[in-house]
Design a binder for this molecule. Structure first.
Ligand SMILES: NC(=O)c1ccc[n+]([C@@H]2O[C@H](COP(=O)([O-])OP(=O)(O)OC[C@H]3O[C@@H](n4cnc5c(N)ncnc54)[C@H](O)[C@@H]3O)[C@@H](O)[C@H]2O)c1
Length: 433
């Protein structure tokens, strides 16, 4: 049976490498669609949890995971030799930055170093990890061709970016409704990968080459970064001019065309937005090209946590208090609302700066029970009226839906709201970004 028939009849065996935020939901979706999926992860603990039907990612429900484990459609392993018998491999490993903010593609290299041992003819290898344009063709291809097999001739090589929005509850944006961009080294590879993804998403958008798909993903994220930085800059100026930035954005957003609202905040967070653009700035240098928009956006966004600390100092000063020794209750440490993800969260930076200025910090986050800051463990405190009353200042850093603005305002002495959680205006004790 050819690959086309195997995919159409769901007889193709798939391996998803890296069972994290991207890989685990993908593996479950493919298993639900009827494929036999062998998930590979280097972390024994994750492998065991998956096989016991215990998800560790918010977006995967235990009942769904148990179903595909019990049906035998999904199995997790810590052994690359299973690749000998798989038809499609999807790579979903991390692509972070090094300490010097350069791309760290060591995980991708590590995985291709394993795949090459077991690669065989008529197989599709798909890279989903976000990376700089050229990775699939310049790094993955030569690594896999060490097997003696030729990409595009003996096996298919494809890049297809992931667009998951972690923790999203909006039915419109569940993965099935998000079109999948697919760029293969050859037309046939693109077609086969498109057929494969078409089994789990409604729309597939083919592009001519892997590097187009790689660049497309970066454009999406850079678009967000640049627009967020623009609105952050506007927020800084509005603050000086005593204009309410939130009211300005609300008014601009009434324009039915040509404007898309972005909102200011305490800084960028998450695994993608603060990291991915720097993959491109790094690559651009190879072409004597300086990506100024990205650099400038990074500069403005990185200044936001500092601005929040300045705002806190100003608010305390207004009440004849100083930061040194102030009791500050931080509401929300996750980088965005209604999830427990603290990766790259700017709140961690803000807390660290406040601690360095000798403030006393407590926090509440319904999704983050414990927090490690500079090797000290903090526990989320209960959000009671007494707790709010006892703080010199309450800092709202994540706009979780669970936070009741009225309750917070009523019981707090002083509030700095970086998320516009408190909609009511002209309350003297509330300071807004
Ligand atoms: N999280 C998101 O919202 C998101 C969205 C779009 C794209 N992405 C991209 O997807 C990729 C994966 O991100 P993620 O958030 O799922 O990361 P993650 O850290 O949640 O998961 C990666 C997994 O890969 C495993 N892994 C690492 N090296 C391995 C190896 N050599 N062999 C087997 N397993 C290995 C890790 O143990 C981990 O479980 C990144 O490139 C990221 O930029 C992430």
């Amino acid at each position: 049976m050819g690959l086309k028939e195997k995919i159409s009849s769901k007889k193709a065996v798939v391996s998803v490498i890296g069972l994290g935020y991207v890989g685990l939901p993908l593996a479950v979706n493919l298993a639900k669609a009827g494929f036999t999926v062998l998930g590979i992860d280097m972390q024994e603990e994750k492998v065991n949890k998956v096989n016991k039907g215990m998800p560790y990612i918010d977006d995967v429900k235990a009942v769904e995971l148990k179903k595909v484990i019990n049906s035998g459609n999904l199995k997790a392993v810590n052994d690359f030799s299973v690749i000998k018998k798989v038809d499609i491999v999807v790579i979903c490993v991390p692509t972070p930055l090094t300490r010097h903010r350069n791309p760290d593609i060591s995980y991708v290299k590590g995985v291709t170093g394993e795949i090459v041992k077991y690669i065989h003819r008529d197989m599709i290898v798909i890279l989903e990890s976000t990376t700089y344009p050229g990775t699939t063709e310049e790094v993955v291809k030569p690594a896999l061709e060490k097997s003696g097999l030729k990409a595009g001739k003996d096996f298919y090589l494809v890049f297809s970016p992931e667009r998951v929005d972690p923790g999203v509850k909006d039915k419109e944006h569940v993965s099935r409704n998000i079109p999948k961009v697919v760029g293969g080294l050859t037309k046939k590879g693109t077609e086969l990968a498109g057929l494969f993804y078409g089994t789990i998403v409604k729309k597939v958008h083919p592009v001519s080459l892997p590097r187009v798909a790689e660049m497309e993903k970066l454009l999406e994220n850079i678009f967000r970064v640049v627009n967020i930085s623009l609105v952050n800059e506007m927020a800084l100026l509005c603050d000086r001019m005593d204009i309410d930035i939130w009211e300005v954005i609300g008014a601009a957003a009434t324009k039915p065309y040509g404007f898309m609202p972005f909102y200011p905040g305490p800084g960028l967070g998450g695994h993608c937005i603060p990291i991915d653009p720097f993959y491109l700035t790094w690559k651009a240098k190879e072409y004597d090209f300086s990506s100024r928009f990205i650099e400038l956006a990074g500069e403005i966004n990185e200044a936001m946590p500092h601005f929040v600390v300045t705002k806190i100092t100003y608010a305390l000063n207004n009440s004849k208090k100083c930061l040194n020794g102030a009791n500050i209750l931080v509401l929300g440490v996750a980088y965005k609302k209604n999830i427990g993800d603290i990766r790259e969260s700017p709140v961690l930076k803000i807390i660290d700066m406040l601690l360095h200025k000798n403030a006393c910090i407590q926090y509440n986050d319904p999704f983050v029970p414990v927090l490690n800051i500079n090797n000290k463990i903090y526990k989320s405190v209960e959000l009671t009226a007494e707790k709010l009353k006892s703080a010199d200042l309450v800092l709202i850093t994540t706009g979780h839906d669970a936070y009741d603005a009225g309750f917070i305002v009523k019981n707090s002495k002083l509030v700095v709201d970086t998320r516009n959680l408190i909609k009511e205006r002209n309350i003297k004790k509330v300071f807004r970004l």
